[in-house]
Design a protein around this ligand. Structure first.
Ligand SMILES: [Ca+2]
Length: 485
């Protein structure tokens, strides 16, 4: 009996070890590219008047380009959490970036005190990587993680490989050895897993090298690759030859435009986009060379809008025609590029205007990969499968509204929640419950507040927003009794 039991267990174990790889046979590879802080107009295919991004633009021509795609939050960690879990940042209680989570830091305690939020992705969530790995995928995370302390690095959330992912939101420098003092506190930062580089080596190039190594290593096994670049976040440092190129280009264009200010006029920032684009070109070329391009789904997006504040005394970017940028729930803070190529399925050159959000990626990627996920966990997922839009960009989703909740301060905002339903967008600022209402079809720049003149729409959206906040258990800020009146 004992021997039977032992061999029975051994047989079952062998079956388990073999099963995932067999189940994975023929499954598509998935590359999920997240660019950090890239604004809605950061790519030439999305209207940049300076940045040259021909490789990404070609990817857009081969797939579907979304014009109303949203990051689930206006800052890094919460959006990344939404991608990995399929849940809204408000439900996760991950609404601010890792370093500012937990007890709100002093600079955030103003008229209101933000809630105490989660610093780490929960082990209770069954991440997208865990869902894919359970069905035989090789799962690799390359680049910025920003979703927890060392016990919550990618290795503990479903990834076989982690190169460069830590709790930090950016490197000290984009040049090898990528380490040094960072910020006012001179905190010593580094990017792990990137030894044996050469002087002058650039982080975006190196992360792509690491991604290509994974692709080569995967062999016959399907892979899920989180390629989460640190670029184009601060420090704003481009490769010197490209910075020179853009300085010349800006000068020439400014002269021609008789000193009219361009929307994009930061040479270092432009160079970062350019180099990112060259690296996406390398990645796509490698997929072609290995004969797997037609079996590899590629998604490219950003985790929040462009950073409109200063870096070393000069403004980083503008998201015009959108209002504001990173940190804000105006469109400039949350509307981002999204390109999806699903070989043999997406309509080449398709443009989709339906609003979608990063929370949708989990169910969408599972559907494209033919991965079932965990039945119990799937019931908790708030994102929607957007594959109908990939098959037909003119299709519509059955969804009433998209919601956002940022109960924190940032140089661009005070604590705020927002809802977008159709063309209507409502923001509720928690200081004094100030409400703003915009019609995005007529007023993309959110310049004309209709809260007083359209009371019916205002009431409807306020109700939607309040019901949603209650449903997801959104954490609210409280009045700061220590604040001066
Ligand atoms: Ca970011």
């Amino acid at each position: 009996m004992t021997r039977f039991y032992f061999f029975g267990r051994l047989f079952l174990l062998a079956l388990c070890l073999c099963a995932p790889r067999q189940a994975a046979a023929g499954k598509p590879n998935v590359v999920m590219i997240v660019v950090d802080d890239m604004g809605w107009t950061g790519l030439s295919s999305y209207g940049s008047d300076l940045h040259e991004t021909p490789h990404i633009d070609r990817l857009a021509s081969a797939g579907v380009r979304f014009t109303n795609a949203y990051a689930a939050a206006p800052v890094c960690s919460p959006t990344r959490a939404s991608i990995m879990t399929g849940k809204s940042p408000a439900r996760l209680h991950i609404t601010v970036w890792h370093e500012s989570a937990g007890e709100p830091p002093a600079w955030m305690r103003q008229k209101l005190v933000p809630p105490t939020t989660e610093k780490n992705l929960s082990q209770d969530d069954f991440t997208l990587a865990e869902a894919l790995r359970a069905e035989g995928y090789l799962t690799a995370h390359i680049g910025k993680w920003h979703l927890g302390d060392a016990a919550n690095y990618p290795e503990n959330h479903g990834f076989d490989v982690n190169v460069g992912g830590t709790f930090w939101g950016c490197p000290a420098t984009f040049f090898y050895p990528y380490r040094g003092p960072f910020g006012g506190q001179k905190e010593m930062r580094y990017v792990p897993g990137l030894s044996q580089g050469k002087k002058g080596e650039y982080l975006t190039d190196r992360l792509t090298d690491e991604a290509l190594a994974i692709i080569d290593r995967a062999g016959e096994q399907p892979f899920y690759l989180n390629l989460w670049y640190y670029t184009v976040h601060t420090p704003i440092e481009g490769p010197p030859d490209l910075v020179d190129y853009y300085r010349r280009k800006i000068k020439k264009r400014t002269d021609n435009a008789q000193n009219k200010r361009l929307d994009h006029d930061n040479a270092n920032y432009a160079a970062m986009h350019h180099r990112l684009d060259e690296n996406i070109g390398r990645l796509l070329a490698r997929l072609q060379e290995r004969g797997i391009a037609e079996n590899t789904i590629v998604l490219l997006t950003s985790d929040n809008g462009g950073y409109v504040n200063d870096y070393k005394g000069r403004q980083v970017t503008s998201n015009a025609p959108l209002r504001s940028g990173k940190g804000s729930l105006y469109e400039g803070g949350v509307r981002v590029p999204l390109i999806v190529k699903w070989p043999g399925k997406t309509v080449a050159g398709g443009v989709c205007q339906e609003p979608v959000i990063t929370t949708d990626f989990y169910p969408t990627i599972c559907r494209m990969a033919g991965v079932a996920g965990d039945a119990q966990y799937n019931k908790q997922i708030e994102g929607q499968d957007i594959t109908p839009l990939l098959l037909n960009p003119a299709a519509a989703l059955d969804r009433e509204a998209l919601y956002f909740h940022y109960p924190h301060y940032y140089p661009t905002t005070a604590p705020v929640s927002a809802v977008r339903a159709g063309d209507w967008k409502l923001l509720e600022y928690h200081e004094g419950r100030r409400v703003e209402l915009y019609n995005l079809a007529d007023d993309l720049g959110e310049q004309h507040n209709l809260a007083e003149t359209r009371p019916k729409e205002k009431r409807r959206l306020v109700h939607l927003l309040h019901d949603w906040r209650a449903e997801v258990g959104a954490q609210m800020p409280s009045v700061n009794s220590a604040a001066r009146k």
